[in-house]
Design a protein around this ligand. Structure first.
Ligand SMILES: *Cc1c(COP(=O)(O)O)cnc(C)c1O
Length: 359
């Protein structure tokens, strides 16, 4: 079977070394030494000022919204994972969907201003597949209208924009270290900000609002992550360059093998150092998309309709029609891409896809 992704697993003995230390210290969670070490090493690797390591990427978005005291409407993209929208609703705000650019599949910054109302408090955009949004245009709009900016950068480990980590952009950026992501800590996530007071506030939000054992500075939630998760991150970080390299190699190999396929590839920002997080193809219509899925599945290959459905069609948001996002989500497939996939497996996948097209 060839799934869309397989989590990266490092050599067991390297993980076990860290676990032995946990047994010695008997310190399992609550900002332990491995969590601290992971935060420092990630800061170093990514070249960012600050980050807070959290339980997952969804809590990261929720903490970001809470930290910025957002209310009313948040302008967002309908082409993302459900957590982007559900977090807005979970925090008591209303998502207002702006269509995507059909070439980059990111929110179309040119359409944002028309969606701003007196109730708008922020823009929450996703760097889809690790491809940076038009961060400069979004920044300008936000400044002009006094809005906050959050980036869901769940796909962006290792992505740079004009040479800087993409996590450096927006008032807050969030990411996910879930097992299926390029860099993972089994479950995990993080928030990034350059604003020291916002960082302090989020550190309270992460830990029940505790300021010392008997004093509470803020409302809080439990967003802490454990020593075991941090250990996985520390080991995986040693392999990150190999992981990035392998993804690129496989992506370029797909490009070569699928050169004859009638499909659209996303336009990557020319300012980006791209991480090859996913291998998406956008097909001409839904019919051929479903046929390709059927053929692949019957050969034990499982691509994923990522993202489907378009989030403006969720049952808990105001119904609207968002043309490009709905159209792309019906036609997009992410093909299998992971550290241990072989070129022979890519050959098979490409052959099966081309066979559907040429029938
Ligand atoms: C994975 C993902 C999330 C959620 O992260 P978790 O760590 O699974 O909670 C949010 N947004 C996007 C775009 C994602 O891909």
């Amino acid at each position: 079977m060839i799934p869309v992704t397989k989590p990266f697993l490092p050599p067991e003995e390297e993980y076990n070394k860290y676990i032995a230390g946990i047994w010695q210290r008997q310190w399992l969670t609550n900002n332990g030494p491995l969590v601290n070490e992971l935060e420092l090493k990630l800061k170093d690797y990514l070249g960012v000022n600050h980050l807070l390591y959290l339980t997952n990427g969804t809590i990261a978005i929720q903490i970001a919204i809470k930290a910025l005291n957002l209310t009313g409407q948040i302008i967002t993209t309908p082409f993302s994972y459900v957590a982007t929208t559900s977090s807005i609703v979970w925090e008591g705000c209303e998502p207002v969907f702006v269509d995507i650019d059909p070439n980059t599949l990111n929110i179309d910054a040119n359409l944002i201003e028309a969606a701003i109302t007196p109730k708008t408090s922020a823009i929450l955009a996703t760097h889809v597949y690790g491809n940076p949004c038009d961060v400069e245009k979004i920044e300008k709009i936000a400044q002009k209208h006094n809005l906050k900016v959050i980036y869901d950068a769940a796909h962006c480990f290792g992505t740079t924009y004009k040479g800087k980590s993409i996590f450096d952009y927006g008032d807050i950026s969030t990411t996910s270290f879930h097992a299926t992501k390029l860099f993972h800590t089994i479950e995990g996530g993080a928030v990034f900000t350059k604003d020291a007071s916002l960082l302090k506030k989020m550190s309270y939000l992460r830990n029940f609002g505790h300021e010392g054992p008997e004093k509470f500075a803020e409302i809080g939630i439990n967003g802490k992550n454990s020593e075991f998760h941090a250990a996985m991150g520390l080991v995986n970080l040693n392999y990150i360059d190999k992981i990035l390299e392998k993804r690129k190699e496989i992506s370029l190999y797909y490009d070569e093998k699928l050169a004859g396929l009638n499909c659209q590839k996303i336009t990557i920002s020319s300012n980006a150092g791209f991480n090859y997080s996913y291998y998406p193809i956008v097909l001409p219509n839904q019919e051929i998309t479903l046929k390709i899925i059927e053929t692949l599945n019957s050969n034990w290959v499982y691509p994923r309709r990522y993202f489907f459905p378009s989030l403006n069609t969720l049952p808990y948001v105001n119904p609207t029609t968002i043309t490009n996002s709905e159209s792309v989500s019906e036609r997009v497939l992410c093909l299998p891409l992971y550290y241990t996939i072989t070129k022979e497996e890519v050959d098979l996948i490409a052959r099966l896809i081309l066979r559907v097209q040429n029938n």
